[in-house]
Design a protein. Sequence first.
Length: 95
Amino acid sequence: MMTTPRQVASVPRTCRGAARDGSGPMQLIVMYESRTWRVRPGAVFTFGRASTCCAVLPAVDHGLSRNAGSIRYHDGSWWLHNDSTSAALCVLGDR
């Protein structure tokens, strides 16, 4: 099932391609609990229960997919993608 990505302003571990020094245009800052990631355009920020994700979320939450989603920059904007093959991705709030 393919879903339409949703645009996000910003949403938390340094991932491959993520900037450590804060340089680069249109950088995305992701915060989750006490962690902060700075993601440059061209990098893919992933989140879910899998240990291979940039942001590894609680393994005990089986309502959350192992590879729940990703945030990617294309066409001049950051986009939220549902990477799960079995669950919908819901965005709540405006933060």
